[in-house]
Structure formats: C-alpha cells, structure tokens
Design a protein around this ligand. Structure first.
Ligand code: GAP
Length: 458
C-alpha cells in the first residue's frame, strides 16, 4: 500500500472514529455505496451547504432556491433521456458472477477508455485479453440502467412506475414553468437546488467518492443562446472561486475539457473539474452547456409551451442552460483530503484537519482546566455560553486531560481551543490555542469574541 492509499484509509478511519461518516446499516453488515453522516459530518455538510446557498443564492439577485421531490415519474425521465440511455457498460465474471464496469476494467489494465463506444470497449477487452480482477473469463458486455426504480401506490400497472431522481437538475427543469409563472424572472436567471440523487452504481468505491445515494448542489442558469460562451466562462470562474473559498487545495485541482464522445447526451460543451484525490485524479464537479435540450424535450413530451418572451423586444425562444453541477459528498472528500495533516508535537505524531474555519464543525472548543473544580467549570460555562451565542457551533469539552482534548479537537478540525484555568479566576484572562500552530495566547474574556472573529476572517 502506498502513502496515498494510506491517506485514504486514515481519512476514512478518522471519519468513523470521530463521528463524521459511518457505513450505513453497519449493524447488519452495511449497504455497499450508502453512507450515513454522523454528528460532526452533519455539521461539516451543513456548513458547506449554507456557504453554497449564501454565495450562489443569497448574495445574488438572479437566483431562486428550490427543493423539488426526489421521486419522479417515468414520463419526465423518458423525456430527459434517462429511461432510455442513462446506463453504464457492464460485464460479468462468468465464474464468480461479480459484475464490473467495463471502462474501469480497461483503465485498470492500462487502456484508456476515453471516447470509446460500447463496441470499441468490447473489442478492446478481446484484443487485450482482459480478465476479471480475479483472473477469470468475462461474459458479453451489456448496458445497465443506473436509475433506482420504485412503484407508487399498490397498482402494478406501468403508470405507477417511478424513479429516485438520478440528478437534481430534472426537478429544476420540471419547475421552469412554475417559476416563470410565479416569480416572473427575466432572463438571465438561475435556479439552484441542493438535494439527494440516486444512481445504482455497479461498483461503488473509494469511500464517499462513488456512492449510490449522494447529494448534489446544482444550478441551472437560463440564458439567451447567443451569450452561452461568456456565461460558460463566468461560471467556470465562479466554480474556481467556490473551491478556493471552502479550502480545497487549488494545486490539486485541474480543469479537463471533455471531448464530444465522452460528453453527456445533452451537452455541447463540458469541463470536468478534477481533483487529485488520494486514489488518483478524478471528477469533482462538472460544468455543462446543456443548450435547450432539456426544455425542448419537456415541452415536446408534455405538450406545453416553454418559450420565453423577452419583454424588451418581444423575441421568443426556448432558453438555453449553463449547468454548474457540484457533488456535495465529493466536496466533503476533497475538503477532508485538502485539510488532512500530520506533524510532530512534543515528540509525538499529531494528525489534524486544517479545515477552513467557515466549514469546520466547531469554530471553538471551551474547557475548564479540570472538571472537578466548581469555580472553573462555572466560569468556563459562562465563556462557553457567550461564545456559543455569537458563533453557534462551539464545543464543550471536559473529557480527559488537556493534552487529549487538544488532540481530539485538532483531529476534528476545531480552529481554536479556549481553556479556563486558575489564573482566569484572578485576572479574567483565558488561554486560547491555535490548531495549526499549537501556539497559545492569553486573552481577556471580554475581548475573546472580537479576537476569534478577527482570526476567523481568512
Ligand atoms: N446534472 C448533471 C449531472 O448530474 P454528473 O457529472 O453525472 O452530472 C454531477 O454529476 C456531479 O455529481 C459530479 O461531478 C459529482 O460531483 C457528483 N456525482 C455524480 N455521481 C456521483 C456518485 N455516484 N457519487 C457521488 N457523487 C456523484
């Protein structure tokens, strides 16, 4: 195992032991590709969602936030092309019956599947005599639809067939008319949404990187077709700004122009934002020019007029769409991988998360030096209450000795630890320790909130 694989294992172990992310249904052996977020993972996730909403919705005047249903009927997903074509090429190990994604098998055999059709992939498997990872012969390739199917109500007729949405985007397109009719926006404007999406991935892998239930943060930005190139460029920069803002290591981020054979069926141009994860450089986000593909399809299948009338000149057209699409779970993994550090403190190896303060689950931890001295506990509770009312997520930590508390808070990425000691009772000063440098300063309780505020603005 090389260092990078070790790093992935260390991050996954930290996530489990410190209450960030758990395998779902672990008591019963776990569900492959499904994860639960624990107390600290939920705080981290919420911080990221709130920052995303602030940047892309609240700080703008051209964006509407929606929360559409996860369950979708068959008709819209037929119109969007998902029922017919949202599939991956799959091949089975004829001895074990285990199924594999053909493109992944080719990659692991040093063959680049980029741009290959399903027929090309079949030929490449044969030409290079590719076997399964267990060394067995492979069967024929087949297309496997990735949508999770369900049934509404008790009826078994096909009109009751429904799906868990494979992308949040479709909920936005289906509400385009509702938003036009209720909010009367002028083009350009956007609709943003954060929510769950589901894909029956053949080989979920790499912790929360490729999973079957995940969350997306998506924007569909409706534009006049003539301005798509400028808008594409604008959203490209917005994505980069976002990554930097939440502490993603920008030196590990790369933009990849996706060639036409590898683009989704709806896209005329796509850039993938790839991140150098511990298991290799892989897609973090996508930016696509979806043209008017989706609205034209939904207008045709639903027999509804979805044309926009420009109030300034009477021009009518179906709006085109630029789509920045950001996976939330992959964001969390990139943020954790960017923040994980090891150094040496007092002769011991210390691991810590140098999380951006804005995303850290707790901004500050407050401790009494010892937990059995009533005066210290009372004073520390006062400081805790004061900081909590200002900063929200503040941890109370009186478990174990101070050294252990520091290690624990370092590992969960808390930027500051405040300790109330005997001197505090005399002089009203507390010690405040910086997570990254481990340096401590004495600060008066009355200046503490300002001191932390100034340090948190980075
Ligand atoms: N609406 C466009 C769309 O869904 P996509 O490239 O299929 O495009 C967008 O997905 C983003 O969703 C990806 O860049 C990734 O961040 C995230 N994503 C997709 N599949 C995922 C999976 N199985 N597990 C975790 N995240 C996933």
């Amino acid at each position: 195992m090389d260092n990078q694989e070790h790093l992935m294992e260390k991050i996954a172990t930290l996530c489990k032991h410190r209450g960030f992310i758990f395998q779902s249904g672990e008591l019963y052996g776990g569900l492959a590709g499904i994860y639960d977020y624990g107390p600290l993972g939920s705080l981290l996730k919420n911080n990221i969602k709130n920052l995303w909403i602030k940047k892309f919705v609240e700080d703008r005047d051209d964006m509407f936030l929606i929360d559409a249903a996860i369950v979708m009927g068959e008709q819209p997903l037929t119109a969007s092309g998902h029922v017919g074509g949202f599939s991956d090429p799959l091949v089975v190990d004829i001895k074990t019956g285990i199924e594999y994604r053909v493109d992944h098998l080719l990659e692991s055999n040093g063959i680049n599947p980029e741009g290959m059709t399903i027929e090309d992939m079949g030929q490449a498997l044969k030409k290079h005599s590719v076997l399964s990872p267990e060394g067995n012969t492979l069967g024929d390739i087949r297309e496997f639809n990735l949508m999770l199917k369900t049934q509404l109500g008790s009826s078994s007729d096909s009109s009751a067939t429904a799906y868990l949405r494979p992308e949040t985007a479709q909920g936005i397109f289906l509400n385009y008319k509702n938003i036009m009719d209720s909010m009367h926006p002028k083009i350009p404007f956007g609709v943003a949404q954060i929510g769950k999406a589901y894909r029956n991935e053949i080989t979920p892998r790499n912790f929360i990187f490729r999973i079957r239930e995940f969350e997306q943060m998506e924007i569909e930005y409706f534009i006049h077709p003539q301005v798509w190139e400028a808008q594409f460029e604008y959203w490209r920069e917005e994505i980069l700004e976002w990554c930097d803002m939440i502490g993603i290591d920008m030196s590990k981020l790369q933009e990849i122009e996706v060639n036409s054979t590898d683009r989704a069926h709806y896209s005329k141009r796509t850039i993938d934002f790839e991140f150098n994860f511990p298991f290799g450089q892989k897609e973090l986000y996508g930016l696509a020019y979806r043209t008017d593909y989706d609205l034209v399809k939904h207008a045709t299948y639903s027999k509804t007029n979805l044309r926009y009338v420009d109030p300034s000149n009477g021009e009518t057209y179906i709006p085109h769409i630029i789509e920045p699409s950001m996976g939330l779970d992959r964001t969390i993994l990139a943020v954790l991988a960017s923040a994980y550090r090891e150094d040496e403190v007092d002769g011991n190896t210390r691991s810590y998360l140098a999380l951006h303060p804005q995303v850290a689950p707790y901004k500050i931890a407050v401790s009494p030096l010892v937990k059995n001295k009533e005066e210290l506990v009372q004073k520390a509770r006062e400081v805790f209450g004061m900081l909590k009312s200002q900063f929200g997520n503040v941890a109370w930590d009186d478990n174990g000795n101070i050294g252990k508390r520091y290690r624990r808070q370092d590992e969960i990425g808390t930027p500051f630890c405040v300790v109330v000691d005997y001197e505090t009772l005399e002089d009203g000063m507390v010690s405040i320790r910086d997570r990254n440098t481990t340096e401590q300063e004495r600060v008066g309780i009355h200046e503490l909130a300002d001191y932390v505020s100034n340090k948190l603005i980075v």
